[in-house]
Design a binder for this molecule. Structure first.
Ligand SMILES: [Fe+2]
Ligand SMILES: [Fe+2]
Length: 164
């Protein structure tokens, strides 16, 4: 951790670390939900859906990396025990127990909407107070907005197909 880098943060760093660890847990949940969903998914347009889910999984893992790096910069520690992810999560995890493609897409769209809401709140909290975190969260939020749109587009195509 860099002392000056922490000193310039214009808000309670411990509070910020809590917010970031919550995001960290959610990113791992999102990664796993996409990754496992891609393995299990069944139904029409499966191949296109798998490709999208795997791309999103890679993005969520990259987000977990970004958030962990920022937590460490701020003098904190990313949660070391996965069991604790459940205690701090914001959006959490929807297990892909029903492998039908429509259901999998629906669960992941809900996850993205929750992530968008959460990161929007983090942006509002950090605006003008911690530019480094703000900038990172903005990058992540842009990805989550793209994810939601991509999943919705797939759902719409699927709807056409199923109505035929
Ligand atoms: Fe993410
Ligand atoms: Fe996402």
């Amino acid at each position: 951790m860099g002392s000056k880098g922490i000193e310039i943060v214009g808000m309670d760093v411990q509070e910020l670390l809590k917010i970031l660890n919550s995001a960290f847990a959610d990113e791992w949940f999102a990664y796993y939900q996409y990754w496992l969903g891609a393995k299990l998914v069944k139904g029409p347009m499966k191949d296109a859906v798998i490709a999208e889910l795997l791309q999103h999984a890679a993005d969520e893992l990259r987000h977990a990396d970004m958030v962990a790096t920022r937590i460490i910069q701020l003098g904190g520690t990313p949660i070391t025990e996965p069991k604790k992810w459940y205690d701090v999560k914001s959006c959490g995890y929807e297990s892909p127990d029903d492998p039908f493609v429509v259901k999998i897409l629906e669960q992941n769209v809900q996850g993205e909407r929750c992530a968008i809401g959460y990161y929007k709140r983090v942006l509002d909290i950090t605006q003008g107070k911690d530019q480094v975190t703000y900038n990172m969260v903005l990058q992540i939020l842009q990805d989550e907005v793209t994810h939601e749109e991509e999943l919705q587009a797939l759902s719409e195509d699927l709807e056409f197909l199923l109505k035929k």
